[in-house]
Design a protein around this ligand. Structure first.
Ligand code: 4AD
Ligand code: MG
Length: 430
């Protein structure tokens, strides 16, 4: 007799199999009991009939508390009314460990209560669905880059310098030397791209954000790509193809999860290539038409991004931001140096910026000047400047925030549910 996953039960119709899992819920009478089992791959209703199983085993079901770990054996039957389309007629079960009184019951709990118990909260169907979509998205990125011959080149986590400004650095002591947790793998990705041509990295990044919003985590995962000989337009085209591929994969392979999450999938299905592209200046006009009092040169806040993306109902690229609000490495537009050849991708439905990217400065003198203007310590960037001394080429790249993308594709209110253990302002337990 084989042990199978609930999600694969369809392949075992009318066979006797064993499910290894946990008791999610139970109900029933003195003659029939329904155990709802979860095994990480799905939920299954297991029917226990007293007459079939005998009095002793039947009575033992009374001792089975929520989250008791248990192995249940029985016959797989079709049951159109059940969630997955199947149920099990139980012939026997083996208790692995009786659970103590479980704090997360089937009634509603407040989010603070749940966050304190995040290690248990992730066992609920909704959280499991989100984490499954997250996993699919991660696989989709990797497959996308693999199919296109990109090399996966990992960037370090401990770094001696800032990539995205000095205000959000997490510092640490590196054997007496000052070091920081990486805000972005980009600078190292640029070096890797000069070696390998087209590369990506995918890892955790850290920002000591002072803001407590629905979109910010202190620790989040970023997919970053860097391509030698790519200009801004090549960069944007690659990004939209990647995002489109990821949406398609989630729609294709996460139907059940999206249903659990009540996601309006039509909104995702309606997304078409190419995504609209507008300049920052055009975006400012859209804001003013919507009645916003917005000054050219300011950075967009979340409400502004929502107005802009609602205008299109699609992911939209905003390019050529003012030089003064963007990072030191952004290449100025040769036709207007007050703006840079960078673009952000704004997700629809108010999810805001999910990608930041652009073409990098390839000129040594200009890059040195920018490092000084941004009051960054030149010594820490000597190696980075070398990339402009030895065979500098036009190159571009981008970084996509995984958690914001998960929030968008799952249709979530808040980013805290998109990662198993979120790190938020003043909150790092468990
Ligand atoms: O726009 P950002 O800061 O760009 C960079 O870090 C570039 N160096 C990337 C590159 O070109 N290789 O961050 C990129 C993305 C944002 O668009 C957003 O999706 C996400 O990272 N992000 C965050 N996600 C969650 N919490 C935070 N605190 C985030 N900060 C940025
Ligand atoms: Mg950004």
């Amino acid at each position: 007799m084989s042990t199978v996953l609930i999600k694969n039960l369809g392949k075992h119709l009318n066979e006797k199999v064993t499910i290894q899992g946990w008791l999610y819920n139970q109900r029933g009478s003195g003659k029939v009991k329904f155990l709802i089992l979860r095994d990480g791959s799905g939920l299954l209703q297991c029917v226990i009939v007293k007459q079939d199983i005998g009095e002793e085993l039947f009575d033992r079901t009374k001792t089975l508390t929520q989250e008791t770990s248990i192995k249940v054996t029985g016959l797989v039957k079709e049951e159109p009314r059940a969630a997955g389309g199947y149920e099990m007629q139980v012939t026997g079960f083996e208790v692995v460990s009786i659970a103590e009184e479980y704090p997360i019951t089937h009634k509603e709990h407040g989010v603070d209560f749940l966050l304190e118990r995040r290690h248990l909260w992730i066992r609920t169907p909704r959280q499991m669905a989100i984490l499954r979509v997250r996993s699919e998205i991660e696989h989709a990125f990797r497959d996308f880059f693999y199919q296109r011959d990109f090399v996966l080149a990992d960037a370090p986590i401990i770094t001696p310098s800032a990539c995205e400004g000095t205000s959000t650095l997490f510092g640490l002591d590196y054997h007496g030397e000052k070091a920081y947790l990486s805000q972005s793998g980009q600078l190292y990705s640029e070096a890797n791209a000069m070696a390998l041509g087209r590369i990506y990295c995918f890892g955790p990044t850290f920002r000591a954000e002072k803001s407590k919003t629905r979109r910010h985590l202190m620790e989040f995962w970023m997919v970053e790509a860097e391509m030698a000989y790519f200009d801004m337009d090549d960069n944007i085209k690659l990004q939209e193809e990647m995002v489109y591929y990821v949406i398609s994969r989630v729609l294709e392979r996460c139907t059940r999860e999206l249903a659990i999450l009540d996601r309006d999938v039509e909104k995702l299905k309606n997304i078409q290539l190419p995504f609209p592209r507008i300049s920052y200046t055009e975006a400012v006009e859209i804001l003013r038409e919507a009645g916003e009092d917005f000054t050219w040169g300011e950075d967009f806040g979340a409400p502004h991004e929502t107005i802009i993306s609602n205008h299109f109902g699609s992911p939209v690229f905003v390019h050529r931001y003012p030089t003064s609000i963007k990072a030191f490495y952004m290449k100025p537009d040769p036709e207007d140096s007050s703006v840079v050849l960078g673009a952000d991708l704004l997700a629809p439905e108010g999810y805001g910026e999910i990608i930041g990217g652009g073409q990098r400065i390839d000129d040594l003198e200009l890059l040195k000047q920018r490092i000084e203007e941004h009051h960054l310590p030149v010594e820490a960037f000597e190696w980075y400047l070398d990339l402009r001394k030895y065979g500098s080429v036009p190159h571009s790249g981008f970084g996509l925030g995984l958690e914001r993308t998960v929030a968008w594709l799952c249709g979530l209110e808040h980013i805290r549910e998109t990662i198993p253990f979120p790190r938020m302002l003043h909150k790092m337990y468990p």
